[in-house]
Design a protein around this ligand. Structure first.
Ligand SMILES: CC(C)(COP(=O)(O)OP(=O)(O)OC[C@H]1O[C@@H](n2cnc3c(N)ncnc32)[C@H](O)[C@@H]1OP(=O)(O)O)[C@@H](O)C(=O)NCCC(=O)NCCS
Length: 160
């Protein structure tokens, strides 16, 4: 599918093109270059991933791991040469729109480096124990991210 994601009005200024199902090898390359975990990426459903920039050389990617009615927002990364141009914000906005279309309720995430970035986007820090058991048991949560990673959540306005 080559659909270009619609952006919230306030994000249209950035002119970042978002598409679904980025190439798996490109996602792994981008994560590896930015020291983010890749060990479980081959197990993931890329239907729930978005990319921005070009398909050959994505500027950024983000994905969801579904634990309906919640999800783990994961693998958000923007190429260091493309940072500060709105890619990160646009990708998070697009994955939230996607999650709302799936009627998901809460997006959880782990981060070691971007707590302030996510706070600006209305994610709030919570204790690990507050995360649903199913998410706590996934590999990113239980094995791949260090205990020092901050856990955050955002409640979506999904209807239904
Ligand atoms: C976090 C990240 C995705 C942001 O991408 P980006 O394209 O640079 O973000 P944007 O251009 O949309 O920036 C949006 C705002 O967040 C700020 N920001 C960006 N990265 C930030 C960070 N790591 N910490 C705090 N603020 C940050 C920007 O200054 C900008 O602020 P402004 O709107 O007031 O100007 C990118 O820095 C990155 O890939 N980091 C490494 C991987 C990572 O930490 N991923 C998150 C793990 S889940």
């Amino acid at each position: 599918m080559n659909s270009v994601w619609s952006q919230s009005k306030c994000l249209a200024q950035y002119n970042v093109q978002v598409y679904s199902r980025p190439d798996k090898a490109q996602v792994v390359a981008l994560l590896t270059a930015n020291q983010l975990p890749t060990a479980d990426v081959s197990e993931l459903d890329f239907e729930h991933f978005l990319g921005c920039g070009t398909r050959d050389h994505p500027s950024g990617v983000v994905g969801l791991e579904l634990f309906t009615p919640d999800a783990l927002l994961r693998s958000l990364v923007v190429d260091e040469h493309a940072r500060g141009s709105g890619c990160g914000k646009v990708l998070v906005d697009a994955i939230e729109q996607y999650a709302q279309r799936l009627r998901l309720r809460n997006l959880y995430l782990l981060t070691e480096t971007a707590e302030r970035f996510f706070s600006q986007l209305d994610y709030r820090r919570i204790e690990r124990e507050s995360v649903p058991e199913s998410i706590q048991q996934c590999r990113e949560f239980s094995e791949l991210c260090p205990d020092s990673a901050v856990v955050m959540v955002k409640r979506l306005n999904s209807s239904g």
